[in-house]
Design a protein around this ligand. Structure first.
Ligand SMILES: NC(=O)c1ccc[n+]([C@@H]2O[C@H](COP(=O)([O-])OP(=O)(O)OC[C@H]3O[C@@H](n4cnc5c(N)ncnc54)[C@H](OP(=O)(O)O)[C@@H]3O)[C@@H](O)[C@H]2O)c1
Length: 246
């Protein structure tokens, strides 16, 4: 934490809804001011900011930026510094989950997935590093159990998440000792629109705990990692044991 009396600040990418919004609520409950990054979910982001500000005045702001742009990392930190003087936690949560069967994938699809899922989290982390060093802060990257184990027709997505695991471990070394960098690898939590009933049943049948998780399971894992002072470079599976049988 920095010496200023201002509350600690958490920036969460893709925080307007689903896992990101649940994580924003959980960190807010720990006392963080929340910077709700979003892209297309403008109304949801503003509604979440209103909800958090009703709980604690002036404790949440929204920040809109397309993570596919080349300068996203530096632009987001510049925008953050317009509204807050510090940063304590960065959660790289935003992601695209595009199907890329090898018969139709092209370079543009590969590049877009990698720009959003790994290039911008990396450069956003570097842009945030001076602030995080000053606060002795933490980065949490949201990866996927399929970063280590294949998923057919999603090899570009899996590769991007493998890259994010490598980024997690590399930056844990390079940003130590001031900044800790960890990752969470979710299993089935909230279905994507592309995941039909048959796939959902098969996934649950192949999950030892025989159910999907709740966004709160991811949020609580984030809260653990931001408060775990001797943990860095770790990837925490939160997946009902699915990684054991994939
Ligand atoms: N859901 C699961 O069960 C599951 C399983 C394994 C891993 N995960 C991982 O957990 C994280 C959260 O999962 P989720 O299902 O909640 O994610 P999601 O709904 O698929 O995406 C989260 C947010 O990413 C943002 N995003 C996408 N493209 C963007 C871009 N070009 N610029 C800026 N933001 C962009 C979107 O923001 P806007 O809506 O504002 O455009 C979206 O709301 C992801 O990293 C995902 O890979 C989730």
């Amino acid at each position: 934490m920095t010496s200023t009396n201002a509350p600690p600040v958490a920036l969460i990418t893709g925080a307007a809804k689903r896992l990101g919004a649940c994580t924003a609520r959980a960190l807010h409950n720990l006392g963080y001011d929340i910077v709700i990054h979003h892209h297309t979910s403008v109304d949801e982001a503003h509604a979440l900011a209103g909800e958090l500000n009703a709980l604690r005045a002036a404790s949440a702001v929204t920040l809109c930026h397309d993570l596919a742009t080349v300068d996203a990392g530096t632009a987001i930190i510049k925008a953050l510094l317009d509204v807050r003087a510090r940063l304590d936690v960065l959660v790289n949560n935003a992601s695209v989950f595009d199907r890329t069967p090898i018969a139709s994938v092209d370079v543009a699809a590969w590049d877009r997935i990698h720009a959003i899922n790994v290039r911008t989290p990396y450069f956003l982390s570097l842009a945030a590093a001076p602030l995080l060093r000053a606060s002795h802060g933490a980065i949490v990257n949201i990866t996927d159990i399929h970063s280590e184990r294949p998923r057919a027709e999603y090899s570009a997505y899996c590769a991007s998440k493998s890259g994010l695991v490598a980024v997690t471990r590399g930056l844990a070394l390079e940003l130590a000792p001031q900044v800790r960098v960890n990752a969470i690898a979710p299993g089935p939590i909230l279905w994507a629109a592309s995941e039909d009933a048959a796939l959902q049943s098969a996934t649950l049948a192949g999950t030892p705990l025989a159910r999907r998780g709740d966004p709160q399971d991811i949020a609580e894992a984030v809260c653990y990692l931001v408060r775990a002072p001797f943990v860095t470079g770790h990837v925490l599976d939160v997946d009902g044991g699915r990684h054991l049988v994939l």
